[in-house]
Write a protein that binds this ligand. Structure first.
Ligand SMILES: *Cc1c(COP(=O)(O)O)cnc(C)c1O
Length: 381
């Protein structure tokens, strides 16, 4: 099967011998035109018309009322948590099965992570696991969700839409609303993905997307925070831009701010890429169709299709092997053949630098950790 797959991938990408990365960016539109325009304008840094245009385009694509461009997805997540009033001595719930950036952003606030399980089908935070954890381990006191053992407040929850497939975000938001927990959606991977016809990232109080080099579209490095709350959006803009009090010449700052701005030159690239988003996603959905057909007849390997209600961008294509041994064999052979493949992330509760954490049952996360592998996912040209 692996030999057949290697042959098939080389065929559908029309790449005979050379190395095939997991996910390459594609620059097929107005990238050079907008970059030239941006350089000619001299506004290459933290303000400029491309930043404004980029934010407007994100609002249009996602349906969110407000968008605030940031230097990357991690900084957008950090700001989301700051705006959710997450501080040292607070707790934040997230999934153990995620990219490290989710937990890094959480750690910047000084809060302690609480890891709950994911659903096997979505690979994203499980509302069932979340509710079980809250019922068994917390008390609702004076409008606050207090963790019984540590007496710390759970301030926020960060569900993640794994590989672009939506998690059961509507149920998660409903539970969090009941417990007065703010939801910051880590939609870094899911730009263009809708759940029940609503864009991922717009269910919670805030949502975050990334434009890193390996994402569906890229601007080199960049991120954005979306929300429907005007006050949150204003404060996001303010604290990501050094919290400067507006004045013609005086430099005054009313709180410790961040330099988390997206430079205009990156925004120029982002605008050109956003124009191609629909085309890229159609291409990726087509690719998933090809893989689905290819794997239909194969034993002991399953191609992961988007779960029910999720109209996925298919950012990274994934297969599920029989067990860890089969996974390692698959990784060994494909990579040796020059086809880059990669296992899903090591669970965050196993990464030492994370330090202290609290966890619920993680059996689905562990099951997936041993079996899920990403295969070639670039847009085919
Ligand atoms: C890519 C990614 C991020 C962070 O984005 P950067 O722009 O690289 O900082 C955060 N969370 C998840 C799940 C991601 O995949």
């Amino acid at each position: 099967m692996i030999d057949k797959l290697v042959k098939y991938i080389r065929e559908i990408y029309s790449v005979k011998e050379s190395f095939l990365p997991l996910h390459e960016p594609r620059f097929l539109g107005n990238e050079k035109k907008y970059l030239n325009e941006c350089i000619d304008s001299t506004f290459v840094s933290s303000v400029g018309k491309f930043v404004d245009k980029f934010e407007a385009m994100i609002c249009e694509i996602t349906g969110a009322k407000y968008a605030v461009a940031t230097s990357n997805g991690t900084s957008a997540l950090h700001i989301g948590l700051v705006l959710a009033d997450v501080k040292q001595n607070d707790l934040v719930i997230t999934q153990a099965l995620t990219f490290v950036a989710t937990v890094n952003a959480l750690k910047y606030t000084g809060a302690t992570p609480v890891f709950v399980d994911v659903d096997k089908d979505t690979m994203g935070l499980s509302p069932k696991s979340l509710l079980e954890f809250l019922k068994e381990n917390t008390s609702f006191i004076d409008g606050k969700c207090i963790h019984n053992n540590t007496k710390k407040q759970i301030k926020a929850c960060v569900p993640m839409h794994t590989f672009g497939h939506a998690c059961r975000i509507d149920e998660i938001v409903e539970i969090c609303n009941k417990y007065n927990i703010k939801v910051v959606e880590d939609s870094a991977e899911s730009l263009g993905t809708t759940y029940k016809n609503k864009h991922t990232g717009t269910f919670g109080d805030m949502g975050v997307y990334s434009f890193n080099g390996n994402k569906t579209i890229t601007c080199g490095g960049g991120g954005v925070l979306v929300t429907n709350d005007e006050a949150l959006a204003k404060r996001a803009k303010h604290i990501t831009t050094t919290a400067k009090v507006p004045h013609k010449w005086e430099y005054d700052h009313d709180e410790v701010g961040y330099n988390y701005r997206m430079p205009n030159i990156n925004a120029a690239l982002a605008c050109a890429q956003l124009e191609q988003l629909d085309g890229f996603i159609n291409n990726k959905r087509e690719l998933s169709g090809l893989y689905k057909t290819f794997f239909e007849g194969q034993e002991n390997i399953e191609f992961r299709i988007a779960p029910k209600d999720s109209d996925s961008n298919y950012w990274l294509q994934a297969v599920c092997l029989e067990d860890k041994q089969a996974r390692d064999e698959f990784l060994d052979k494909t990579n040796a053949e020059g086809i880059m493949t990669r296992p899903i992330w090591t669970l965050m509760n196993k990464v030492k630098m994370i330090g202290e954490f609290i966890q619920g049952d993680l059996s689905n996360s562990e099951w997936l950790e041993d079996r899920i592998v990403n295969i070639t996912s670039s847009v085919r040209i």
